[in-house]
Design a binder for this molecule. Structure first.
Ligand code: ATP
Ligand code: MG
Length: 389
């Protein structure tokens, strides 16, 4: 057996590039299984850095920081999709890195991402790449109304503008700094869903059940997972598409594929995230293997067993807005009232300052039936000031 096929067992140190909440939950999962952890993030108060055994406080491209990461860790993963792919490639010269820089590079660029979907035969929204005023002028009229999205560095609806006319389109491109963009036709959405797959070094894949997602203002608000949350044929189609996207990338690690369900019932892929995803957080409390454990199993070469959903569940995202329900001074939400409800699992990310639009935590609600879960989730939402869904 070559060294590359060796399993990295508990007691080893695992590294993560990025110190956000996804890194924090990975670190917590790894530590629960007896691994040591190292986080690389320049922010001294990063959510993952605060709970990790080692915290390397440098930028992602800092040669010394990356050398320290390689020295400490048997394997490295990423939690932040805009980590420079070159940093992953550099680490991969001496350490096991998953996902690979080449796969992350595709997920970082909407144009490359869409080209990959097309290669995999998965339907995408009609779109055009815009890198020059000439390309802008040549955009077909039927892409309007549309959404202009920067090709790189967008998240949570940032770097996007909704445009209805050619004049609006040109102004929005200027506002976005004239950087390479993708103009996507605005589609009539009936629903949104996502799938999380985990693919090992040997190509074996397991997956979480298909998630039904509600976005508000471009940010995930609610995820619902239970039998019949989506028509089974549609869920099967989404899962098959997600698997072919992962296979096409020769992906190793956890990959989330986001989809639109159109009003005619058809499925269109939106984008991928090369890491655990907000829409998979329910797996911490409703599945026997969480998305963070899947990430750990992929990077260490531990076996991938098919996760099982053992409880219907609804996840509510807890944005900083909830702290400002009573005015401009932040007030801690009434967690004790929420936790008095059955089956509520509160996950906060240790961020000191609440800001509007900032992801502060999430609440996983589990229960015996989808109806019971929904009733409790709606009660929790009412207590917290989250609009009903
Ligand atoms: P994320 O935080 O998921 O990375 P993002 O900033 O990359 O978000 P998108 O996923 O592209 O943004 O879009 C955010 C949301 O905006 C979608 O989930 C959907 O609700 C809406 N949206 C995006 N593109 C379209 C479209 N072509 N037609 C209709 N709605 C869209
Ligand atoms: Mg998205």
């Amino acid at each position: 057996m070559s060294a590359d096929q060796d399993v990295i067992l508990p007691g080893a140190t695992l590294g993560v590039l990025g110190g956000g909440q996804l890194g924090r939950m990975f670190v917590q999962e790894a530590q629960a299984m007896g691994y040591f952890t190292a986080v690389l993030d320049a922010d001294p108060t990063s959510p993952a850095g605060l709970v990790s055994h080692h915290h390397i406080r440098t930028g992602y491209e800092d040669a010394q920081g990356l050398a320290e990461m390689a020295r400490l860790c048997a394997a490295v993963t990423t939690e932040f999709e805009n980590v420079p792919a070159a940093a992953l490639d550099l680490l991969a010269q001496t350490r096991r890195v998953s996902p690979a820089g080449s796969a992350v590079a595709i997920a970082q660029d909407r144009a490359a991402e869409k080209a990959h979907f097309v290669r995999c035969g998965v339907p995408v929204a009609p779109h055009a790449l815009i890198e020059s005023p000439e390309q802008m002028a040549a955009v077909p009229a039927d892409l309007l109304p549309g959404i202009l999205k920067t090709a790189r560095m967008g998240y949570d609806g940032k770097g996007q503008a909704r445009v209805s006319t050619p004049a609006e389109r040109a102004a929005a491109w200027q506002d976005l700094g004239g950087v390479p963009c993708v103009l996507e036709k605005m589609l009539p959405l009936a629903q949104e869903c996502s799938v999380i797959v985990a693919r090992g070094r040997d190509g074996a894949m397991v997956h979480l059940p298909v998630q039904r997602n509600l976005h508000r203002g471009g940010i995930l608000a609610v995820t619902e997972v239970y039998e019949q949350n989506l028509p089974p044929a549609l869920a099967a189609q989404a899962l098959a598409a997600a698997k072919s996207v992962a296979d096409g990338l020769h992906y190793v690690g956890v990959l989330c594929v986001e989809f639109f369900v159109l009003q005619d019932g058809s499925l269109v892929v939106n984008e991928i995230a090369p890491r655990p995803h907000n829409s998979g957080h329910y797996s911490q409390d409703a599945c026997d293997v969480s998305q963070f454990e899947l990430q750990l199993r992929c990077m260490t070469g531990l076996p991938l067993t098919q996760p099982r959903l053992h409880s219907p569940t609804i996840m509510l995202n807890l944005l900083g807005d909830l702290w400002f329900a009573q005015g401009d001074a932040p007030v801690t939400p009434a967690w004790e009232q929420v936790l008095a409800l059955p089956g509520c699992h509160l996950r906060l990310y240790g961020k000191r300052d609440a800001k509007r639009g900032r992801k502060m935590g999430h609440l996983n609600v589990t229960g015996a039936t989808p109806e019971a879960v929904r009733a409790v989730a709606l009660q929790a939402a009412a207590i917290l000031g989250i609009a009903p869904f």
